[in-house]
Ligand binder design. Structure first.
Ligand code: HEM
Length: 524
């Protein structure tokens, strides 16, 4: 009986438990849902009617790191196929929004520029700012940054437009011809890996712009800048893992210290160059960017002057080398690789140059607009290689809603990755995007074939909005002059037996071509 009643009780209990199970489960689910979403909403401040961007399930501790692989820009594209052009992932414990495609990127960077104009407080950025006294590229969006950016914009525009642009053009042309002399010596033909030497030439262009001086292409000082910059780029492009897993900091302190020392060394070297140069400054001098900036500072009222310390001027020097050396030299490296990979296109470009420029003078910036295939080739090389695959990471400056049909809530201080590669290889925008085809940038109008400038702009290779690359005009002048002068003066050829690949290797900040050699022969 007892047994019976016991079994009855057990049966009853089981039945009750089974009947109650869905109830208990529902209550648990509702509770968890409340904990996970409603409570988090309260924390993030997301209004109930707004969604947050979708994204893949994130593992504890590492988040989605395991899904990013060695080429995050392509891994992001694969994830975006499942989750859409605005996606939320987690790197370690930190939420990151990743933007893909023209519509989302243009909406954030250009239309809602201020909301997305911040920079995260990453360790590498913080270190550069604190040791360098500021940074255009890495400082967050605030009043001092705005003033600094205005000054630097002003200075660069001064030297790349009007009468001053002629002097700048002369300097770049000189560097391009010195490069040819240096490589060729008295030979008619030579075999060379251009990647490193291009950095010396481009470095000289920046030296010239900032200090109105240049160095021999084997000069130890120049080598110091290029080597220092290489290490800096290496460190800064491998975003520090402690930015996303702060608890790891104590374990990688030695690595952080090494980076600090590297930045210190590089900055102290630049500081010496700046000091030497500034000693010769005379009131009102404007012959290079440093003097021009000093003259601008002199004309400021005390309130403005307080925001822009002398250290910020040094930071500008660092910014120009950091952002303008690797990008231009690596793009040129790609451009010459495409030229030997597609010899028939190289020949067509040389024919175009010979027809428009002739053989009695060198190409000049005034020839731009008359050389559609040459310019289309440069544009396609930039698109196909995606040299700078993502912008420098952004951060939201306030709680915002990404408009333009997306309607996603993104809280203040959220890190945002902008995947330019996705835009430049988007099959919706580019027919057969993996094919190298410069003619995609040509259009025919009543007056013949010309460059489709809107299409060139649509690849947003310099970003957009408040944080758009400040050196885009300098870069385009350099790329045009180095490329056209080299092809006008020389034939470039692949070296017998060398297998070329158009695959790149790199990080989020820069994609480099695999090392290659080319054979250069003087043209008659
Ligand atoms: C082919 C050459 C170049 C490419 C593809 C390139 C591309 C870019 C991109 C994508 C950004 C990030 C924009 C963003 O974060 O949204 C950027 C920022 C920047 N670039 Fe360039 N760049 C080039 C050359 C140069 C040159 C020659 C200079 C200087 C002389 C320069 C100076 C800067 C600076 C200072 C920033 C930071 C701007 C800011 O945060 O406000 N860049 N560049």
């Amino acid at each position: 009986m007892i047994l019976q009643s016991n079994s009855h009780f057990t049966e009853q209990a089981v039945r009750l438990a089974l009947l109650g199970l869905p109830y208990i489960l529902s209550v648990t689910v509702v509770f968890l849902f409340w904990r996970l979403f409603v409570l988090r909403d309260a924390k993030s401040g997301r209004p109930k009617h707004l969604r947050e961007p979708p994204g893949p399930f994130a593992l504890p501790i590492i988040g989605n790191i395991h899904q990013l692989g060695s080429e995050p820009h392509t891994a992001f594209v694969d994830l975006a196929k499942r989750f859409g052009d605005v996606m939320k992932i987690r790197i370690g414990s930190r939420p990151v929004i990743v933007l893909h495609g023209k519509q989302a990127i243009h909406q954030a960077l250009v239309r809602q520029s201020v909301d997305f104009a911040g920079r995260p407080d990453f360790f590498g950025f913080r270190t550069t700012i604190s040791l360098g006294g500021g940074s255009l590229a890495f400082s967050n969006y605030d009043e001092a940054w705005k003033l600094h950016r205005k000054l630097a914009d002003n200075a660069l525009r001064h030297f790349t437009s009007g009468r001053q642009s002629v002097a700048f053009e002369r300097r770049v042309t000189y560097e391009a011809t010195e490069l040819i002399k240096f490589i060729m010596g008295t030979n008619e033909s030579t075999v060379v890996d251009l990647s490193q030497i291009l950095k010396f030439s481009v470095s000289n262009v920046i030296f010239n712009l900032l200090f109105e001086s240049r160095h021999g292409l084997e000069d130890a000082k120049l080598k110091k800048v290029v080597d220092g910059n290489d290490l800096f780029i290496e460190e800064i492009s491998g975003s520090d893992i402690a930015d996303f897993m702060p608890w790891l900091s104590p374990f990688i302190r030695h690595k952080m210290k090494a980076f600090e020392n590297q930045v210190k060394l590089f900055l102290s070297f630049l500081e010496d160059s700046v000091k030497d140069h500034i000693e010769n400054y005379g009131e009102g001098r404007e012959s290079d960017i440093l003097y021009y900036l000093m003259t601008l500072l002199d004309s400021m009222d005390s309130q403005q002057r307080e925001k822009v310390t002398d250290k910020r001027i040094l930071a500008t020097v660092n910014d120009f080398f950091g952002a303008g050396l690797e990008t231009v030299a690596t793009t040129l490296s790609w451009v010459f690789l495409y030229a030997i990979y597609y010899p028939e296109l190289q020949k067509e470009i040389q024919d175009e140059l010979d027809e428009v420029v002739g053989r009695d003078r060198l190409p000049t910036l005034a020839d731009r607009g008359k050389l559609p295939l040459t310019e289309a080739f440069l544009a396609e090389a930039a698109r196909h290689s995606s040299v700078v695959p993502t912008t420098i990471p952004h951060m939201t400056t306030r709680d915002t809603v990404l408009e333009g049909g997306f309607n996603y809530f993104i809280p203040k201080d959220t890190v945002v990755f902008v995947n330019l590669y996705s835009l430049q290889h988007d099959p919706k925008q580019w027919d057969n995007p993996e094919k190298f085809n410069p003619r995609r940038f040509l259009i025919e109008d009543g007056n013949g074939i010309k460059l489709d400038v809107d299409k060139v702009d649509s690849m947003m290779r310099f970003g957009g909005g408040r944080r758009r690359c400040i050196g885009s005009e300098v870069a385009q002048m350099e790329l045009f002059l180095f490329f056209t002068i080299l092809l006008h003066q020389c034939d470039l050829r692949n070296v017998a037996g060398q297998d070329l690949t158009l695959d790149g290797k790199g990080s989020l900040l820069v994609i480099r071509a695999y090392p290659y050699k080319l054979e250069i022969t003087r043209r008659s």
